[in-house]
Design a protein around this ligand. Structure first.
Ligand SMILES: Nc1nc2c(ncn2[C@@H]2O[C@H](COP(=O)(O)OP(=O)(O)OP(=O)(O)O)[C@@H](O)[C@H]2O)c(=O)[nH]1
Ligand SMILES: [Mg+2]
Length: 278
């Protein structure tokens, strides 16, 4: 397996800024990718956020396996002793739940301020998570406007941005950050599958090949069924089946690799969760 390492300058900067700003916020929303709830979580979250009240969202749940999402929600709740919600940035029902929870989590801080004789202010909420998990999309949905920039690749948000949701809630959008060291390469590859790692950091064919291996472990028959293969599920065989040929009659593996990943990323392969919870 080719080693993936991605820690561009803008992420180093964003991490530094996040550690500074965490001091002035009351609540943190941590956004995970529901398709990889374990691989998209920060290993040292306590160090990053210290003891701030935290709400965890399993976003993109519309693309994940419902049964797995229910199991992961329960497990993450028990493990972190905090509130966990599966969400999809397109679903308005989830949004009011987020606002209610955030207000509730921030309330003790505001009450404490008032007790000290200060004026009540809006709850300050920081939204954090790995690149491309949907932080900015959730914020846009919450204000019903496209105030923050979104896009289907890692590193769209480059600067922190405050957004007022209502007089009671201020949200801080942050650029997605990823740990400096990606020691667990299985996790790094999964982050590449969901576009949380910049495309310039890896070889698309290597990532697609590893994707096929991963899928086979979790959903053994899926690839053969989807691409109607009789042969082994390799990039070459899928390219031949689709008739993607380059000069000399060889399979167009590059084009095919990109297509396989796109089929997963857009949900065409189905609602799938790659971190399997037994
Ligand atoms: N299917 C689906 N797509 C989503 C969801 N949330 C966000 N997206 C899409 O995922 C992509 C990334 O969304 P962003 O909101 O830009 O992600 P981000 O976490 O702000 O990313 P960075 O700013 O790069 O850290 C966009 O193409 C969104 O349209 C969701 O719940 N379901
Ligand atoms: Mg963003």
């Amino acid at each position: 397996m080719e080693h993936i390492h991605w820690y561009p300058g803008h992420i180093a900067k964003a991490e530094k800024k996040l550690k500074e700003q965490v001091n002035i916020v009351d609540v943190v929303i941590e956004v995970l990718d529901a398709r990889i709830p374990d691989s998209s979580a920060y290993p040292d979250i306590k160090k990053l956020l210290r003891d701030k009240p935290r709400l965890i969202l399993l976003n993109k749940s519309d693309l994940a396996d419902n049964e797995q999402t229910a199991k992961w929600t329960k497990l993450i709740k028990e493990k972190n002793n905090c509130f966990v919600l599966p969400t999809s940035a397109g679903d308005n029902k989830d949004l009011s739940k987020i606002l209610n929870k955030v207000t509730e989590l921030g309330q003790p801080k505001i009450i404490a301020l008032v007790k000290k004789g200060l004026l009540p202010r809006a709850v300050r909420v920081m939204v954090v998570g790995m690149p491309n998990v949907g932080k900015s999309s959730i914020i846009n949905k919450l204000i019903k406007k496209s105030k923050t920039k979104t896009g289907a690749k890692a590193g769209v948000t480059r600067e922190q941005q405050w957004v007022r949701i209502n007089p009671k809630i201020d949200l801080l959008d942050t650029p997605g950050i990823i740990p400096l060291k990606q020691e667990d390469q299985k996790k790094a590859y999964k982050l590449a599958f969901v576009d949380s790692i910049g495309e310039n950091a890896y070889d698309v064919e290597a990532v697609a090949a590893e994707f096929l291996n991963t899928i086979k472990e979790v959903y053994p028959d899926l690839i053969k069924t989807y691409y109607k293969l009789d042969e082994e599920e390799t990039i070459e065989n899928i390219a031949l089946k689709r008739n993607w040929i380059v000069q000399g009659g060889k399979p167009d593996t590059k084009r095919c690799a990109q297509n396989i990943l796109n089929d997963f990323r857009t949900g065409r392969l189905g609602k799938l969760t790659l971190d399997k919870y037994e």
